[in-house]
Design a protein around this ligand. Structure first.
Ligand code: AMP
Length: 227
C-alpha cells in the first residue's frame, strides 16, 4: 500500500474517528493507520493496557469502564497529552475513541494548535443504534493479535479461535448487553455534541458504517488521501 500519498512531506495531520461504540471505529482506524503509516491511538486500548498492568491509572479507570461510563476528562487528557508528545506522533496520528466529550475536544484543539498541527480531519462513522447493540454484544477479539470478529456477522472459521494465529477469542468485559446499553447512552449524551462542534469547524466528513468493512475502508481512504 502507498503511504500518506497526498500528504506532502512535513505536513502534520491529526485524524479523529468518531462514532458510536460498535460503529467500526477500531477496525477502521487500525487499518487506516496502517495504510497511512501513522500511529493508531485508541484511548480504550490505552486504558485496558493500564488495567492489565495494574497501574494507578488502570486502578482508577477499571470500575468506571466496567460500568460503561466515561473516565474523567483530566485522567484521559493527561494520558493523551503524554502519548502525542512521543516522537512517533510527530508526523501525525489517528485517534480512535478520543475525544469523547466537548471538554476533551476543546483541549485537543488547543494541543494540536500548540504542536503545529492544522485542522484535524474528523471521520464520523454513522450506524443506527439497533445495529450497534448487535455488533457490540457479538464482538470477540483475538487475545494475541487483536483481530476483531463478530459471532453473528463476521464469525471466525473455528468458533472461539483466531483465523490468523489460532489464539483464543475473548469478549471485552464491557461488551455485555447491559454495559453496552450504558456505553451507548453515554455516547448519545456526551459524545454526540462533538458532531456539531466539528461540523461547525468544517472538519467533519460522514461515512456510512452500515456497509461491509472493506467498503467502509475504501470510502475512508478516499477521503483521507484527498485532504
Ligand atoms: P472503547 O474501547 O473506545 O470503547 O473504550 C472503552 C472504555 O474506555 C469506554 O467505555 C470508557 O470507559 C473508556 N474510554 C475510552 N476512551 C475514552 C475517552 N476518550 N474518554 C473517557 N473515557 C474513555
Amino acid at each position: 500500500m502507498d503511504k500518506a500519498v497526498s500528504t506532502p512531506a512535513g505536513v502534520k495531520r491529526a485524524v479523529i474517528f468518531l462514532g458510536a461504540p460498535g460503529a467500526g471505529k477500531g477496525t477502521q482506524a487500525r487499518e487506516a493507520a496502517k495504510e497511512l503509516g501513522v500511529p493508531h491511538l485508541s484511548t480504550g486500548d490505552m486504558f485496558r493496557e493500564n488495567v492489565a498492568k495494574g497501574t494507578e491509572l488502570g486502578r482508577r479507570a477499571e470500575p468506571i469502564m466496567k460500568s460503561g461510563a466515561l473516565v474523567p476528562d483530566d485522567i484521559t487528557l493527561g494520558m493523551v497529552e503524554e502519548r502525542i508528545g512521543r516522537t512517533d506522533c510527530a508526523r501525525g496520528f489517528i485517534f480512535d475513541g478520543f475525544p469523547r466529550t466537548l471538554a476533551q475536544a476543546e483541549k485537543l484543539d488547543e494541543l494540536l494548535q500548540q504542536r503545529g498541527f492544522g485542522k484535524a480531519t474528523v471521520v464520523y462513522i454513522t450506524v443506527p443504534d439497533e445495529i450497534v447493540i448487535r455488533r457490540v454484544t457479538g464482538r470477540r477479539t483475538c487475545k494475541q493479535c487483536g483481530a476483531i470478529y463478530n459471532i453473528y456477522d463476521a464469525p471466525p472459521k473455528v468458533a472461539g479461535r483466531c483465523d490468523h494465529d489460532g489464539a483464543e477469542l475473548v469478549q471485552r468485559a464491557d461488551d455485555s448487553e447491559q454495559t453496552a446499553r450504558s456505553r451507548i447512552e453515554a455516547y448519545h449524551r456526551q459524545t454526540l455534541p462533538l458532531v456539531e462542534h466539528y461540523r461547525r469547524a468544517g472538519a467533519l466528513v460522514e461515512v456510512d458504517g452500515t456497509v461491509d468493512a472493506a467498503s467502509v475502508n475504501r470510502a475512508i481512504m478516499k477521503i483521507l488521501r484527498a485532504v
